[in-house]
Unconditional design. Structure first.
Length: 412
C-alpha cells in the first residue's frame, strides 16, 4: 500500500538535499544505501515521493543493468538484469516508450479524471494507491547515437498525495535527478572498473591492483596450493569443429574447471590456451589447511561438473570432454610481471613451473588427477603412490600421487 502520511510542506529545501547527496557520494561506495538515504531526505523534505526507482546500465559479464527501488518505510531493494532478449515487460514499460519516442520525461496521473493508465506497470501503481507518476531519462550519451538502451540513468517517482506532484515539486525533482545522474555515472564507472578487474584479473588480484599495486616488480612471496589443468584432445577438436562449436566446447571445459576453482574460493590467474592456472594462497599458518580443503573441494566439484556436462553432451550425440589436472604446493612470487607498460598479475617460481610439468604426467601415468607429495601428505583424499617421477626440464624428480574420481565423492 502507498502511504499518504508524507510531509506536504511547500518549503522545499532542494539545495540541502542535493548537497547532502553529493557529499555523501564521496564516501559512500554503495549506490543502494546512497539512493535510500536520498529518497528518505526527499520524502521528509516535502518532495511528495512515496516510491523512487533508478535503473543504471553497467558493464558486467553476467548483467547488463541493475536497479534500486525505494518504497516509503521499506528497505531499498536491488535487482540485477541479465544479458537476455528484451522481455515483454520491458517493451511495455514507460522507459522503453521514452527511449523509442526520443523523449526524456513522462508524466502520468494515476488517479482522478486525468488518470491515464496506458501501460501495465501504471495500472499496478494505481492499484497500490499511488496517484501520480513521473518517469525520466538522464542519458550519458545522445539518444540519437544508440539503437536501443542508451548508457545512462532511467528513473521514476511515484506520489501518493491527493492530486500528486505540484509544479513546485516537479521542479525540485528535476534538480535532484540531475545531481543523482552525475553521482550514478561516477559510481557506476567505479563499479565497472571493479567488475572489469574482477573478471579479467580475479577478485584478489583486482583488489590489489585497485589498491595501487600496478608497478612491474610489485610482488609478494606467498605459499600457495597451485592448480594447473589442461583440456584433452583440444587440438583434434579445433581441427574437426568450426570455430563457434570449438569455442562452445572449450567454454564448457572452463566452466567445469575454472568455475570449480572460483566457486571453491580460489584465484584463477591465467587461461593459457586451453589450460587453467590458479592458486589458493596461504598467507599464514592458519590458512594452510583451509587452502588445502578449498583446492580438494575444487577437484571434486570440477569432476562432478564434468560428469554432468558429459552426460548432456553424450545425450545430444557429442563426444565427452576430458582434462588432466595437477595440484602442487610451494612458494611463489605473486604480483605484477611483464613489460613496463603491459603487465600481468600472476605467479612465477619453481613451484609454478613444476605444477605444469606434473600435469603433463597425467598423459602417461594413467591418472587424470595428480597430486604432488606436498599436497597428498596434507589432504584427506585417497590416492595411489606413483613414486618418484622425473620433472621435465628441471633435472630433478618429484613423488606424485594419482587420484581416481570416485575418491573425490566424499570430499565436502
Amino acid at each position: 500500500m502507498a502511504h499518504t502520511d508524507l510531509a506536504v510542506s511547500q518549503s522545499l529545501d532542494v539545495s540541502t538535499i542535493v548537497g547532502n547527496l553529493l557529499r555523501r557520494s564521496l564516501v559512500e561506495p554503495d549506490l543502494n544505501r546512497l539512493f535510500d538515504a536520498t529518497c528518505n531526505e526527499m520524502a521528509a523534505g516535502g518532495l511528495g515521493i512515496s516510491r523512487g526507482h533508478i535503473t543504471v546500465s553497467t558493464l558486467h559479464p553476467l548483467f547488463k543493468a541493475l536497479s534500486h527501488t525505494w518504497v516509503y518505510t521499506e528497505s531499498t531493494q536491488t535487482r540485477y538484469y541479465a544479458h537476455a532478449p528484451d522481455a515483454e515487460g520491458w517493451v511495455s514499460s514507460p522507459f522503453y516508450s521514452m527511449i523509442s519516442d526520443g523523449v526524456l520525461e513522462m508524466r502520468r496521473h494515476l488517479a482522478g479524471p486525468e488518470a491515464l493508465l496506458d501501460m501495465p506497470v501504471l495500472r499496478e501503481f494505481a492499484e497500490h494507491g499511488y496517484t501520480d507518476y513521473r518517469g525520466y531519462l538522464q542519458a550519458f550519451e545522445s539518444l540519437e547515437d544508440v539503437e536501443d538502451s542508451p548508457e545512462g540513468l532511467a528513473g521514476s517517482w511515484c506520489s501518493s498525495l491527493p492530486g500528486g506532484f505540484t509544479s513546485a515539486r516537479l521542479a525540485a525533482l528535476r534538480e535532484v535527478e540531475l545531481a543523482l545522474a552525475v553521482v550514478c555515472k561516477l559510481q557506476m564507472k567505479s563499479q565497472m572498473t571493479d567488475n572489469i578487474l574482477h573478471t579479467y584479473l580475479g577478485a584478489d588480484a583486482g583488489r590489489q591492483v585497485l589498491s595501487g599495486r600496478i608497478r612491474r616488480g610489485d610482488v609478494e612471496s606467498v605459499n600457495a596450493v597451485i592448480w594447473y589443468s589442461d583440456m584433452r584432445g583440444s587440438t583434434e577438436l579445433a581441427a574437426r569443429l568450426d570455430g563457434r562449436e570449438f569455442l562452445s566446447d572449450i567454454n564448457d571445459y572452463f566452466s567445469c574447471t575454472a568455475g570449480a576453482v572460483l566457486e571453491s574460493g580460489g584465484e584463477v590467474l591465467r587461461f593459457i590456451g586451453d589450460a587453467v592456472l590458479a592458486i589458493f594462497p596461504v598467507r599464514d599458518d592458519q590458512e594452510e589447511q583451509q587452502a588445502m580443503k578449498m583446492a580438494t573441494r575444487a577437484l571434486a566439484l570440477a569432476s562432478a561438473k564434468m560428469k554432468s556436462v558429459n552426460s548432456d553432451r553424450l545425450a545430444s550425440g557429442k563426444d565427452a570432454l576430458a582434462y588432466g589436472v595437477a595440484l602442487h604446493y610451494g612458494e611463489v612470487l605473486y604480483g605484477n610481471i611483464g613489460a613496463p607498460d603491459r603487465l600481468e598479475f600472476s605467479v612465477v617460481g619453481e613451484a609454478a613451473n613444476e605444477v605444469a610439468r606434473i600435469e603433463e604426467m597425467t598423459k602417461h601415468l594413467g591418472h587424470s588427477i595428480l597430486l604432488s607429495s606436498e599436497v597428498a601428505n596434507r589432504v584427506d583424499v585417497r590416492s595411489a603412490d606413483l613414486g618418484e617421477q622425473p620433472v621435465r626440464g628441471s633435472g630433478r624428480s618429484l613423488r606424485v600421487y594419482g587420484v581416481q574420481d570416485d575418491a573425490l565423492e566424499a570430499v565436502s
